[in-house]
Design a protein around this ligand. Structure first.
Ligand code: ACM
Length: 687
């Protein structure tokens, strides 16, 4: 067995003022790297640390830090007992040079003589302990000796949970908080209100939890189709639920003990059908659901919001309060006398400015109470409130705009961070949001690209679980894991330490332990075993690695690795979320430069059909060649005979076979003509 030690200096470690070596893991049985998110620096040392039973612990920390760590240790599987000066596990608060500057950073030494966790602050000690716990869950009581120095990339490392569309309850939330802590995630964005149900007790407005929290039809889509009915809590068919104040306090305190801040989201002014169902006077029409939005012309709306937020702030100590702000239809406002009067009085020129007025007004209220406003990127419309932070979900553009103007930003772009999309083969996975987000794609997320103006304003990154198609707690875990593992590494680990293959190896191990801990994870390995066979191995062909120019713009969310993905030798998987280039409503054209005139006998371009995502095979594919790149000869054109509405997920190659001489190979694919539809292509094979 060969042990490979790569002694290279890690940039992340250099940033911590350290130079440790990294350990490569060619042989998983000898590999000591198992932790997710991947630490900044790991040094393998000689021997093993045998965890004794009982395990004595010592604290060279302030008393309250020792008390909270001691309490936490009792909840873990470590056989920790009372403190002793010569303890095998020592916690030390220190400020020596060489320790990461971040309060969340730590140094963990696991040596034959004992384990020591050192940090500048309690959070660092807690995260060092998380690392130790992950090592133990992999190696048992004999942990290979090593020294880890680690600190997070981002201060905001978030997970969002929608409990309006489906309600899971506090034990579920606490279980996910435990997993979050293990992954060193530190913000739970709790989506507590939305059209499908209000989920938080507000004393002043009891109807919110007597009626707006309950619906007579459980499946979300059926409820929507039934005209969004609500019912009383006592109704025998009532589906829903809510958190009492006592339960919220319990969850918030529990999260706090795990170094997680809970950020509540109270949706406004859109996504408010459930509020309008019980307080119709807050709508423009003065009656329950016509549109989703609260009336902004009505002062009673602000009275309601301020009263609700006052009770919310009593429950949640979070600096940020999320006010939603997304997807207001604005339709009722357009014809509402009160909204028009407000616009006139305030000199607002359009409905975007009216929305912005509402956000500004709520921000002033929150600021006056010592809190800050966080909202989805629509709060940029009509002018951003002065102190607001933006959560960017329409791609990164809203985040870029806000960061460039100095506002704090949390990145959660839909194409990388929406865990309600398909993670495996869409034709065999349970119904999900149309769209595709396999594990590697989450891992590819880069929340603060180097070319971004104001990238220092990116607080961090978050993945979101919307639950329209997630009816049960088990299914929620299935959608969360292992993709949250990838998000955690995006949030914590410096880009130069990220490596998908290595992450993938650790993720499969972590899935095993998560399952043993009772989490219902997606079966990543089984999904990969059932993968499209062509996608498993790189194919060698004449155009491999050759430059390609694309004559059409691909869609931002389906960009693969750009035009180069057409000649990288990799076919796409069943899941079109990566390796596939997607083109919306247009023809496709690409020209490959083989570098010199060569004899060719085959050109095959591979396309995807998946009807429910409106991805169709092209109408026809034309192959042409040229020796000079200017004058092309058409070699052939192949017509598609598969109907656009054929529901079977499949891939098909179109092209030409024969004999020709060419330096340039051009492939044109005609759009199938179904408006709103797509063409997806992964590879053009030339032989
Ligand atoms: C959102 O996904 N509507 C924020």
């Amino acid at each position: 067995m060969k042990k490979t030690l790569l002694a290279f200096l890690i940039a992340g470690a250099a940033g911590l003022g350290l130079s440790l070596s990294a350990v490569s893991c060619n042989n998983s049985s000898e590999c000591i790297e198992v932790v997710i998110p991947r630490p900044a620096a790991i040094e393998k040392c000689a021997g093993t640390f045998q965890i004794p039973t009982p395990l004595a612990v010592s604290f060279d920390t302030p008393q309250e830090v020792a008390a909270s760590l001691e309490a936490y240790l009792k909840t873990t599987s470590l056989p920790a007992t009372e403190t002793a000066p010569d303890a095998a596990l020592r916690f030390v608060i220190a400020s020596e040079e060489g320790l990461p500057a971040s309060e969340e950073g730590y140094e963990l030494s696991v040596l034959p003589e004992g384990a020591v966790i050192k940090a500048r602050g309690e959070a660092g000690l807690f995260y060092g302990l998380q690392t130790l716990l992950q090592l133990r869950s992999r190696f048992g009581d004999r942990i290979p000796a090593q020294r880890i120095v680690d600190a997070p990339r981002f201060e905001y490392r978030g997970m969002h949970l929608d409990e309006s569309r489906h309600f899971f309850g506090k034990e579920f939330v606490k279980k996910q908080l435990r997993m979050m802590a293990s992954l060193k995630l530190n913000r739970l964005h709790w989506h507590l209100t939305d059209g499908a149900g209000w989920r938080i007790q507000i004393d002043r407005y009891p109807e919110l939890t007597e009626i707006a929290a309950w619906r007579p039809v459980e499946p979300w889509l059926e409820w929507l189709d039934a005209g969004r009915p609500y019912c009383r809590r006592e109704d025998p068919n009532a589906y829903g639920g809510f958190y009492t104040k006592e339960e919220i306090r319990e969850v918030v305190a529990y999260a706090d003990s795990l170094h997680i801040t809970v950020i509540p989201e109270i949706e406004m002014p859109g996504h408010s059908e459930e509020v309008l169902a019980v307080y119709p006077e807050l709508s423009c029409a003065g009656k329950p659901h016509v549109y989703d939005d609260l009336c902004i012309g009505n002062d009673k709306t602000f009275e309601f919001l301020e009263n609700v937020l006052t009770e919310v702030m009593e429950l949640f100590p979070s600096e940020y309060i999320h006010i939603g702000g997304d997807e207001a239809t604005k339709k009722g406002w357009a014809t509402c006398a009160k909204c028009h009067a407000r616009m006139q009085r305030e000199g607002l020129k359009d409905l975007d400015e009216l929305q912005s007025y509402a956000v500004h007004r709520v921000e002033e209220f929150l600021n006056a109470h010592g809190r800050k406003l966080l909202g989805w990127d629509e709060i940029l419309q009509g002018g951003l409130a002065p102190n607001a932070a933006v959560m960017s979900w329409h791609g990164m553009s809203g985040g870029r705009e806000a960061a460039a103007s100095g506002h704090p930003v949390v990145m959660t772009p839909g194409s990388y961070c929406y865990l309600d999309k398909y993670q495996g083969n869409p034709s065999t996975e349970p119904k999900a949001l149309e769209g595709s987000l396999p594990l590697p794609k989450v891992y590819m997320c880069e929340p603060a690209p180097e070319d971004m103006t104001g990238r220092e304003n990116v607080l961090g990154v978050q993945a979101n679980l919307w639950t329209e198609y997630v009816p049960t707690a088990e299914h929620a875990e299935y959608m969360l894991y292992p993709r949250m593992f990838a998000l955690a590494e995006v949030a914590w680990t410096a880009p130069e330490r990220k490596d998908y293959d290595d992450f993938h190896r650790r993720a499969l191990l972590r899935i095993e332990t998560a399952r043993a801990e009772g989490y219902n994870t997606f079966d990543q390995a089984a999904s990969e075993r059932a993968e499209r066979p062509e996608a498993l191995k790189q194919v060698k062909h004449l155009a491999l690695g050759c430059p390609v120019s694309c004559g059409a713009e691909w869609y931002e969310s389906y960009a693969a690795d750009g035009a180069g993905s057409l000649t990288d030798g990799w076919f796409g998987p069943w899941n079109y979320g990566y390796r596939w280039l997607g083109f919306l409503n247009k023809d496709f054209e690409a020209t490959i430069d083989l570098g010199a005139v060569k004899a060719i006998r085959e050109v095959k371009a591979d396309f995807l059909q998946w009807h429910s995502a409106l991805i169709g095979l092209p109408k026809s594919v034309e192959i042409a060649v040229s020796e000079d790149g200017e004058h092309f000869t058409v070699l052939g054109e192949e017509q598609n005979d598969l109907p656009f509405d054929d529901p079977k997920l499949q891939c098909r190659a179109f092209g030409w076979e024969g004999s020709a001489q060419a330096r340039y190979v051009r492939c044109r694919a005609a759009f199938h003509g179904n408006a709103g539809g797509w063409i997806f292509i992964d590879e053009i094979v030339v032989n």
